[in-house]
Design a protein around this ligand. Structure first.
Ligand code: MLT
Length: 196
């Protein structure tokens, strides 16, 4: 997978930055810097191209995920993150997943499938329209999320579904409501407060 790494200070958080549809490994670097200027920043580009726009997994249409592809791409992304942890001798305890939109959505899948590896994250404007069979215990997971009251892509019901999914599994989830789907500076500052 294509990636970029900016090594930070020893013992600072390690941010895994997962962009929205049409982004690249560089899209969230500035957001990462605002969140913590000492953090190690790792941006990873999604391997799927939809009409030329990178994303992390296929979808059948807006809001309908290709679940089989989501499963396979999540394994691929997890394995890639583990390769980077070894290559750069990173402390995996310090990992914070930070995703926007499509990146937040595959972030949710990483939290569900690898709850002992990924325990902390920021999900900007996620949705998760997928049935989940198991009831994973996520009592060690801490999430900050932002959701738009008038998001043209994610309905309020879909946002509430994401909150429910984490609450049912006993994760600690902090929510912040904004207007639309776009990632705004004030919500990045709220996420920074939460991290601190
Ligand atoms: C998705 O497909 O992950 C969501 O619709 C968000 C998006 O990328 O537009």
């Amino acid at each position: 997978m294509e990636y970029i790494i900016k090594k930070g200070v020893e013992d600072a958080p390690v941010f895994i930055l997962l962009h929205g549809t049409g982004g690249t490994e560089e899209s969230l670097l500035d957001v990462g810097k605002v969140l913590d200027e000492e953090a190690t920043l790792i941006g990873i580009r999604g391997n799927i191209l939809e009409g030329g726009y990178p994303r992390y997994f296929k979808r059948l249409e807006e809001g309908i995920f290709d679940v089989e592809d989501l499963n396979n791409r999540t394994i691929e992304l997890h394995e890639f993150i583990q390769t980077l942890v070894e290559r750069y001798d990173l402390n995996s305890e310090k990992i914070v997943l930070i995703g926007y939109s499509n990146g937040a959505n595959i972030g949710i899948k990483l939290f569900l499938d690898y709850p002992t590896t990924y325990r902390k994250g920021i999900l900007f404007h996620p949705m998760y329209p997928v049935k989940i069979a198991d009831t994973q215990d996520l009592s060690q997971t801490k999430i900050f999320t932002t959701m738009g009251k008038m998001d043209p892509i994610v309905t309020i019901e879909q946002s509430e579904h994401v909150l429910q999914l984490f609450k049912e599994r006993k994760a600690e989830i902090t929510e912040e409501w904004t207007q639309g789907h776009q990632l705004t500076y004030p919500e990045i500052l709220k996420a920074k407060e939460w991290l601190a």
